[in-house]
Design a protein around this ligand. Structure first.
Ligand SMILES: NC(=O)C1=CN([C@@H]2O[C@H](COP(=O)(O)OP(=O)(O)OC[C@H]3O[C@@H](n4cnc5c(N)ncnc54)[C@H](O)[C@@H]3O)[C@@H](O)[C@H]2O)C=CC1
Ligand SMILES: O=C(CO)COP(=O)(O)O
Length: 341
């Protein structure tokens, strides 16, 4: 396995995923500084070697330290991993930018689309970070529940960037016998796959909450993939990307896995709970809720038909009943599977 020259990593965002990635690298004896938004997270890690708020029950090695001060996390770092939810990405990036005087590899592990601008995370990064960071941007995506990664269970992801040397160096940084990373250059496709699967996970959860059966869930995943590819192609992605880890891989995981927050929000909607009540009961983010709106905006902008995304929006934001949404999807006019009849 190729060794990476990177010795010091800053992880920005100490939710479940940022903490799991930080732990993963710290276990490789890399010095990791984790920036957390909440003081109680820093306190918990310093006192108990555990992020009790977002990743309880996972012991964090001493090679990982946490801070609420961004400059402390970023000083002298060889690279940055960014794992802040998409709705707060821009303001946090705006604070990170001035603290990066030189171009260091910058990997986004965030899965989402900015709701107000419809920007992908790399577009937000290009706007919010200094110009010298442009060629350093990469995205990490794929089927990866933070809790399983934290237990060292086998996981495979993809890492996409324009600069293949930088991608190779970060690939080497992440790789372990239980954490496998595939390199890619389809930055748009990898991001869209990771973001849109969250919307499909909500829809699959609704199907499960309504107890509509395995056939319905398989149909939802497959037709969801067709929608993702249609939008992806319209936005310049390689359609093959969606058959990979950040498409099919993450769809399988989050549309069937009980650990998915997005799927569990969908289940509760299907069981009749209201969205505001569900969200108020959760500490963690379900990115698919905001991404549903953004995906619909992108579909309209690109003139692409995304009926599942449309129905998810109607359920989430227009009070449509889950059963009616499923019925309306099933009763659409007859179509060809690959193209219009
Ligand atoms: N949890 C998982 O298994 C995985 C999550 N992801 C993605 O990683 C990203 C982060 O998600 P999680 O780590 O799961 O988060 P989480 O749901 O565990 O925690 C929420 C995070 O949001 C942060 N936050 C809330 N308000 C903030 C503010 N005003 N400023 C800065 N930060 C604020 C919290 O500090 C915390 O880090 C998301 O885009 C998610 O889709 C990707 C792969 C796996
Ligand atoms: O992205 C994830 C796994 O790949 C996590 O999914 P949830 O946010 O739905 O839990």
């Amino acid at each position: 396995m190729t060794r990476s020259a990177i010795q010091r990593v800053a992880v920005v965002g100490a939710g479940a995923w940022g903490t799991a990635l930080a732990r993963h690298l710290a276990e490789k004896q890399i010095t990791v500084s984790l920036w957390a938004h909440e003081p109680e997270v820093v306190h918990s890690i310093a006192q108990r070697r555990e992020n009790a708020l977002y990743l309880p029950g996972v012991r964090l090695p001493v090679t990982l330290t946490a801070t609420n001060v961004l400059s402390e996390a970023l000083i002298g770092t060889d690279c940055v991993l960014f794992a802040v939810p998409s709705h707060v990405a821009r303001p946090v990036l705006g604070r990170v930018g001035p603290l990066l005087p030189e171009a260091v590899p910058f990997v986004s592990a965030t899965k989402g689309i900015e709701e107000t601008t419809l920007d992908l995370m790399t577009q937000v990064m290009q706007e919010a970070l200094p110009a010298h960071m442009r060629n350093s941007l990469m995205v990490l995506s794929g089927p990866s529940f933070a809790s399983e990664v934290s237990q060292g269970k086998p996981t495979a992801l993809c890492l996409a960037g324009q600069d293949s040397d930088r991608v190779k160096s970060m690939q080497a940084l992440f790789m372990t016998p239980s954490f496998r990373v595939y390199a890619d250059n389809d930055v748009i496709g990898v991001q869209l796959g990771g973001a849109l699967k969250n919307v499909m996970a909500l829809a699959a959860g609704v199907v499960d909450g309504l107890e509509l059966g395995h056939n319905a869930r398989a149909a939802l995943i497959t037709r969801g993939l067709a929608e993702m590819i249609r939008l992806g192609v319209a936005m310049g992605a390689d359609p093959r990307t969606f058959y990979g880890l950040s498409g099919v891989g993450d769809l399988i995981l989050t549309c069937t896995g009980a650990l998915s927050r997005n799927h569990s929000v969908g289940v509760r909607l299907g069981q009749g709970e209201r969205l505001d009540e569900i969200l108020a009961s959760m500490q963690a983010v379900a990115e698919g809720v905001r991404t549903a709106k953004a995906a619909l905006g992108l579909a309209q902008r690109c003139g692409v038909d995304m009926p599942i995304v449309q129905e998810v929006n109607a359920v989430l934001f227009a009070g449509k009943s889950c059963r009616q949404a499923v019925g309306d999807l099933m009763e659409r006019e007859a179509k060809g599977e690959k193209a219009p009849l």
